[in-house]
Design a binder for this molecule. Structure first.
Ligand code: URA
Length: 480
């Protein structure tokens, strides 16, 4: 064991990690140094590209070897999780900070509970900034489609993360866009997915990425349509979507103009009593909707890494059936109502004489919202705001499919059509006139029936069956 000698840091050890996000490397070396009783001010940490690499380039890098049977250092799972996030930060002091915390934890096992401690506070801050960067990348990364020499399509995105989050985010994009071939280019490195395996590549430049394709027009139109001038809060908007991300987002090109004209547009909106939706340009067909919802990130559900589930059925249908949101099975199969609630619904529709093959079947919310519980994904109801954000898609489907009668299953679906809170029990089993002349009928959601037992289930299921028979009769009248 030979300590490296330097005028500024006598007897310092230098630890060179394999990569800027090398958590495992840091953890292994930090454990070893604690076991050898090396205090934090005797260790210099560096990762490729950092200034310390050059300063110590000539040094003796041998690290001390712990005595056989030396005890493992104390580190709670909570600390290690925090350390994993902090490792991804671009702060050159992050590894030293983490080692200092690990060192201090040996004498102060409850240190991490002390929010007033400067090191603990700094680690929390760095972890928060990393989480925010991860979220921003998921929300604001935009793919552009390019044709490769082979003629195959590849989706390419350019993004400039603030921290070393590229690898940590890879799993999200693989899960989210499993069936697409894509590349993510950043100044820190690149990721390339071919539908089966993920390759890492060297850093890229902005000029390596394409800069525009036809789907961007759709994004711009969509953004313009959901941009509500009456709700414009510039501070909040900048916090959520900081200016530095705008240059890579097609829809952001509209922001300055939308902001500048917001007051005038709000006045027009108030004068005419109309919502912005009525003026928006819509997707031209149902296929476009299916493509665009897959990439939609306008609400947190869209950012959760699942596939969107598009509506299905004939492109013109007299009946439209709207559920709440896809469930676990629907998300995996990419089709609405194919899980347990779907089976119950399908059998009742058949009993009522409603032909599902002639109906447009869709959901008020296009992505699956869930909380992970071990290997399971437990359904979570969408919030009113999430339903309202997704309403633009349901409205677009209605404009194309032009149903005469819409059946809403449950309160979320009813909200997605009426834009207000609905009490299913009070408003079910009777027609509601919609502004385009279609008739809305509301009934319970089949998942609700599945949660009931015995007599309660039998009673509610009988009412559900009766609602469907009434709807079948009314549909026959409307289409005869
Ligand atoms: N529940 C819904 O509301 N929709 C589906 O597609 C499946 C279950």
């Amino acid at each position: 064991m030979t300590p490296f000698r330097d005028m500024r840091l006598p007897h310092a050890y230098q630890v060179t990690l394999g990569a800027p996000d090398d958590f495992e490397g840091w953890r292994d070396q930090a454990r070893r140094l604690v076991q050898c009783d090396v205090p934090p001010d005797r260790v210099v940490w560096d990762a490729p590209g950092s200034a310390a690499t050059d300063l110590f380039a000539q040094g003796d890098r041998r690290l001390p070897v712990p005595a056989a049977g030396a005890a493992q250092p104390r580190a709670s799972r909570q600390f290690l999780q925090l350390a994993q996030s902090v490792t991804l930060h671009s702060d050159p002091e992050r590894f030293s900070l983490l080692y200092r915390l690990l060192w201090r934890l040996q004498a102060q096992p409850r240190l991490m509970e002390d929010a007033a401690d400067a090191d603990v506070g700094q680690a929390d801050r760095l972890a928060r900034q990393v989480r925010r960067d991860i979220h921003k990348m998921r929300a604001f990364l935009r793919f552009r489609v390019v044709e490769e020499d082979s003629g195959a399509e590849r989706y390419v995105a350019w993004f400039e993360p603030e921290h070393h989050i590229l690898r940590a985010n890879a799993g999200f994009f693989v899960r989210r866009f499993t069936t697409m071939r894509w590349s993510i280019l950043t100044p820190q490195g690149t990721l390339h997915w071919d539908g089966e395996s993920l390759q890492e590549g060297p850093p890229a430049e902005r000029a390596d990425a394409p800069s525009g394709d036809p789907t961007e027009d759709l994004w711009r139109r969509y953004y313009a349509s959901i941009f509500n001038p009456a709700r414009l809060k510039i501070g909040a908007m900048l916090k959520e979507m900081p200016r530095k991300y705008w240059k890579n987002m097609p829809e952001a090109a509209l922001i300055p103009e939308l902001v500048a004209t917001a007051q005038a547009r709000e006045a027009t909106m108030v004068d005419s009593g109309r919502s912005m939706f009525e003026d928006a340009e819509r997707p031209a067909n149902l296929e476009q909707i299916a493509n665009m919802i897959e990439a939609c990130r306008r609400c947190p559900i869209g950012c959760n890494g699942t596939h969107a589930v598009a509506g299905e059925g004939p492109s013109r249908a007299p009946l439209m059936i709207v559920g709440e949101q896809p469930g676990d099975v629907e998300e995996q199969q990419g089709r609405p109502f194919v899980g347990p609630a779907g089976r119950l619904l399908r059998s009742h529709l058949e009993d009522a004489g409603l032909d599902l093959g002639a109906a447009w079947l869709t959901n008020a919310v296009k992505h699956f919202k869930f909380v992970p519980r071990g290997k399971r994904r437990l359904h979570q109801s969408p919030t009113a705001k999430e339903i309202d954000t997704c309403r633009w898609w349901v409205d677009s489907e209605r404009l194309l499919v032009r149903p005469r009668l819409i059946l809403a299953l449950g309160a979320s679906a009813a909200r997605g059509l009426l834009g207000r809170t609905v009490s299913v029990q009070k408003e079910r089993s009777r027609p509601h006139a919609l502004e385009d002349g279609a008739e809305l009928w509301i009934t319970t959601h089949p998942s609700y029936l599945l949660r009931l037992q015995d007599d309660a289930r039998a009673g509610e299921e009988a009412r559900f069956a009766q609602d469907l028979r009434t709807v079948a009769g009314r549909l026959a009248e409307l289409t005869s």
